[in-house]
Design a binder for this molecule. Structure first.
Ligand code: PMV
Length: 355
């Protein structure tokens, strides 16, 4: 048997939704019931690094996440692997003298090693960075010639929010209309340079894994909440238009109001689910109160907050000066070793520590 190994590595940042996706209309294809908008973080801070390898000596597909082997049998992994393999093209590596034809890719197995530089499954969108990176690195290895929109539709089948991590800056996941999901893709609204005054601070309230996965949470919500129907049909479509406008005009007040309101409605929908889902904890609520008080006393929003499926706060400050003040306020209200379990601050996007 020939003994060569061919590898590719990619690094993909996580993204944080400012208009949230919650609820699927098709669980297998992962098709959302509403559009969503997110901001992609700087890869230097929260990201996944994935190396994929192919060799004729591998007898099965295998994957390791943060050094531990995980099963690839789940439908999400299988969907991504199948979709990428079906788009593989002929490859020639002159240095190693390797030639792989489109047909041969179907029979070759891959080994995948993935690493997150932040807590996994703790509501910090680890699956978004993870599946985006998996799809991107496999596409690189298998010489896939599709554009980023098509790759985003494949990453979406691993984890909905993953489709948005294939672009930097502000990204919209268009829910699409087609039953086969072909138009359910991510599009970039503005690149990472467009609004680079913003500073993203992540307050890690808890790095424990969440109790309710987003998959089962969304399923329960769609089956039992009446509020979700109102949100998806009446509220989000208007907010998407307003958010796109706020981003275009760098209108921080509108951006912050919409971001906070949408996070609050998402958690209200979770509470309206049966059985109710609690992603935030007392520390999360205290952070919301601090920011709300500060924004009210300043007369115009200084910081926006948003929480995904976990208690960790994502705080978006209007500029570096505000971010520095935010860190001081967080340290004042949540000193290390206080009775709350707020233990670290991760600075995303542009680091204020560079000043
Ligand atoms: O893509 P999933 O299954 O991890 O779901 C993500 C859901 C939220 O993070 C709460 C919202 C979003 O749009 O990212």
């Amino acid at each position: 048997m020939q003994k060569w190994v061919l590898m590719a590595t990619a690094q993909t940042p996580t993204n944080i939704a400012v208009i949230k996706y919650w609820g699927k209309r098709n669980e297998d294809l992962i098709l959302a019931i509403n559009d969503s908008i997110s901001v992609t973080l700087d890869p230097a801070h929260l990201c996944t690094t994935t190396t994929v390898a192919v060799s004729p000596t591998f007898d099965q597909d295998r994957m390791w996440l943060n050094g531990k082997e995980i099963s690839l049998l789940g439908g999400r992994y299988q969907n991504c692997l199948r979709e990428i393999r079906s788009r593989a093209t002929d490859l020639e590596d002159e240095k190693q003298g390797i030639k792989i034809t489109k047909k041969e890719w179907e029979k070759l197995h891959v080994h995948i090693a993935s690493h997150n530089n932040f807590p996994t499954a703790a509501g910090l969108a680890s699956s978004a960075a993870g599946f985006a990176c998996l799809v991107y690195s496999l596409a690189k290895l298998m010489n896939v010639k599709e554009d980023q929109g098509a790759l985003s539709a494949i990453a979406r089948q691993g984890s909905g929010s993953a489709c948005r991590s294939l672009y930097g800056g502000f990204v919209k996941w268009v829910m699409g209309k087609e039953e086969n999901g072909s138009d359910s893709i991510a599009v970039q609204l503005a690149d990472e340079k467009h609004w680079d005054d913003l500073v993203i601070v992540i307050a890690v309230v808890s790095s424990r894994q969440k109790e309710t996965s987003s998959t089962s949470g969304m399923r329960d919500t769609v089956e039992t909440s009446m509020l979700i129907q109102h949100r998806a049909k009446e509220v989000v479509p208007k907010r998407i238009i307003q958010m796109e406008d706020a981003i275009k005009k760098h209108d921080f007040a509108a951006f912050a109001d919409l971001t906070c309101a949408d996070s609050n409605q998402f958690h209200a929908v979770c509470l309206d689910t049966y059985p109710p889902i609690f992603y935030m904890n007392d520390t999360s609520h205290k952070i919301i109160s601090c920011v709300e008080k500060w924004n009210r006393s300043a007369g115009t929003p200084q910081v926006a907050y948003t929480f995904d499926a976990g208690p960790n706060a994502v705080l978006i400050a209007r500029n570096r000066k505000t971010a520095a003040e935010l860190l001081q306020r967080l340290l004042f209200h949540f000193p290390p070793n206080s009775d709350t379990d707020l233990n670290s601050y991760v600075i995303g996007d542009k680091s204020i520590l560079q000043d």
